[in-house]
Write a protein that binds this ligand. Structure first.
Ligand code: FES
Ligand SMILES: [Fe+2]
Length: 454
C-alpha cells in the first residue's frame, strides 16, 4: 500500500483501532492513546553492535547513568534480604532496610574491595564482609572496623557504603548508579498511567529464566520489538496474529507495540475460518487447553476472550471490566534502555544486558508475572540457561512460548555474524519507517545518551 496525501503508509487489513471497534467490552482508553509514530534514525551504523569502543562508551554513558530494573520487591521481602544486580562489571547490592524502604549500595567492601554479597539472600543483622569481617549497618553506616586501632586515618562516621539511587514502580525495583540521575518519575514518564489498571505490582513472579546469547545486547532485544519478523521467523502463528497491522507508538521515555491476537495476518493469501484462527491461537497460547468449537456467528477473538475470562475469574474477580484486547492481544512496552514489560494479561517481561564487558555476549531474561488468589506465592527461582542450552530446555517453566523464543534466538548468531561483516565495510542497517518504530525510538534515546563518534 502506498501513502495517499499526507497519510503515512500502513499495511493492508484492518487498523488496530478498527479491531478495537469490534471489541465485545468497553475498550480501555489506554489502548487508543496516540503516541509519536515517526521518531529516530532509519539507518544505524553496524559498528554500534560490534565495536568495543562503542561498548565502552555505553558503559560510561549508558549503564553508569541509566535507571535500570534490578529486581522485584518480592525478591527481598524481609528486612536484611539482598539482591545482587550485575551489569558490565558494575555490581549493586539491593537491600531491604526496613519493611517499607529499599536501599542500594555499590557491592564492594571499602577495605580491599571484596563483593559484599555474591548471590541473593539474607545478609543478616549487618552487612559483613567475608574477607576481614568489616561490618556496615543496613542503612550503610559503619558498624565495626576490624582492628579499628589500625585504621587511624579512617573517620568512622564518614566510612559509609556509597549509595546507588533506587526507584520503585509496581513491584519493580530500579537502580541508577549516577548520583546526579534525573528523577525516577521523569524516567517513567506516563508509563504508570498506562499500567494503572493492570497493576503489575499485585502480580507475582511465576517463572524466571535467563539465557546467555552470543550477540550484542541490542541485537537480542531488538528481536522482540516488532512483529515484522513473524512472517519469516514464526510463520506458524500467522493465522492468529495481526503482524503487519501491529500498532506502534512512542511516548517520551518508552514505546509500545500492540499486535492483535485471534485475527489473521494481512500477509495471508488465504482467508482462514474463525475456527482455524481459534485453533491456531489455541496452539500457540493456551497450554494444554482442549480444542473447542467456535459458536456459529461468533468471532475467534470474542470466543478466545470469553474462554480466558472464564478461566481468570478465580484470580481476577473484576475480569468483566477488561476488554477482549486486554485479554487476547500482545501489548509490549519498552522502557529505555533494557526493560520490556508487557501489558494487561500478558505474562512476559524481558530484560536484556551485556554479560561482563563482552560486546557480543548478553543475557536475555524472561520473567513471567501472574495473578494469584489468596496469599502471595514466593517468586519462582531463577533458572539460567548457558550459551549451549536451548530455550526449549525451559518448557517446564515457560510453556509453549519456549518454542517461540527458540525460533527468535535461532536468528541471532547469524545477525551478529552479518553485522560484523557489515561493520567491516562501514555499512549501516536500513530500518522500516513504521514497523521498526520501537527500534528507532530506542536508538533516538541511545543517541541522546551516548556521545556521537562512539
Ligand atoms: S575486603 Fe572486606 S573486610 Fe577486607
Ligand atoms: Fe518473535
Amino acid at each position: 500500500m502506498t501513502a495517499t496525501g499526507n497519510a503515512p503508509a500502513r499495511s493492508s487489513g484492518p487498523s488496530y483501532d478498527e479491531i478495537l471497534d469490534a471489541d465485545t467490552h468497553p475498550v480501555n482508553p489506554v489502548l487508543r492513546l496516540d503516541g509519536v509514530d515517526d521518531i529516530g534514525p532509519v539507518t544505524i551504523p553496524a559498528s554500534r553492535y560490534t565495536s568495543q569502543a562503542v561498548f565502552d562508551a555505553e558503559v560510561e554513558h549508558l549503564w553508569k547513568r541509566s535507571w535500570q530494573m534490578a529486581c522485584r520487591e518480592e525478591h527481598i521481602p524481609e528486612v536484611g534480604d539482598a539482591y545482587v544486580y550485575d551489569v558490565v562489571g558494575l555490581s549493586i547490592l539491593v537491600l531491604r532496610v526496613t519493611p517499607t524502604r529499599i536501599k542500594a549500595y555499590w557491592n564492594a567492601c571499602l577495605h580491599r574491595g571484596r563483593a559484599l554479597a555474591t548471590e541473593p539472600g539474607p545478609v543478616g543483622d549487618v552487612i559483613r564482609c567475608a574477607f576481614h569481617g568489616l561490618e556496615w549497618h543496613h542503612d550503610g553506616t559503619l558498624a565495626q572496623l576490624t582492628t579499628s586501632w589500625d585504621f587511624p586515618h579512617v573517620e568512622a562516621d564518614k566510612f559509609c557504603l556509597p549509595e546507588v539511587k533506587v526507584g520503585i514502580w509496581e513491584g519493580w525495583v530500579f537502580v541508577n548508579p549516577d548520583p546526579d540521575a534525573h528523577p525516577f518519575e521523569e524516567h517513567l514518564g506516563a508509563l504508570p498511567e498506562h499500567f494503572a489498571k493492570w497493576a503489575p505490582g499485585g502480580k507475582y513472579v511465576s517463572a524466571h529464566v535467563g539465557k546467555v546469547l552470543p550477540v550484542n545486547w541490542k541485537v537480542a532485544q531488538e528481536a522482540f520489538m516488532e512483529a515484522m519478523h513473524v512472517i519469516a521467523t514464526h510463520p506458524q502463528i500467522m493465522a492468529s496474529i495481526g503482524d503487519a497491522n501491529t500498532r506502534y507508538d512512542a511516548f517520551g521515555p518508552f514505546s509500545r507495540a500492540i499486535s492483535a491476537g485471534a485475527v489473521a495476518s494481512p500477509h495471508l493469501t488465504w482467508t482462514p475460518t474463525e475456527q482455524q484462527i481459534f485453533d491456531s491461537l489455541t496452539d500457540r497460547r493456551l497450554d494444554g487447553e482442549p480444542l473447542a468449537l467456535v459458536p456459529e456467528g461468533m468471532t475467534a477473538r470474542a470466543f478466545a476472550a470469553e474462554g480466558s475470562r472464564r478461566r481468570k475469574s478465580r484470580t481476577v474477580p473484576d475480569i468483566d471490566t477488561y476488554c477482549d484486547a486486554e485479554i487476547v492481544d500482545s501489548i509490549y512496552y519498552t522502557l529505555f534502555p533494557n526493560f520490556h514489560p508487557w501489558g494487561a494479561f500478558n505474562r512476559i517481561n524481558y530484560r536484556f544486558r551485556p554479560v561482563g564487558r563482552h560486546v557480543d555476549r548478553c543475557l536475555m531474561e524472561c520473567i513471567y508475572t501472574d495473578d494469584f488468589a489468596g496469599e502471595r506465592p514466593p517468586p519462582a527461582p531463577y533458572v539460567e540457561l548457558g550459551l549451549d542450552a536451548e530455550w526449549v530446555d525451559a518448557v517446564p517453566e515457560l510453556g509453549v512460548l519456549a518454542r517461540v523464543f527458540q525460533q527468535d534466538t535461532l536468528n541471532l548468531p547469524a545477525v551478529q555474524r552479518g553485522l560484523e561483516a557489515m561493520a567491516a565495510r562501514d555499512g549501516s542497517l536500513t530500518l522500516t519507517r513504521y514497523q521498526e518504530l520501537k527500534v528507532r525510538h530506542f536508538h533516538h534515546l541511545w543517541e541522546q545518551q551516548v556521545p556521537p563518534g562512539s
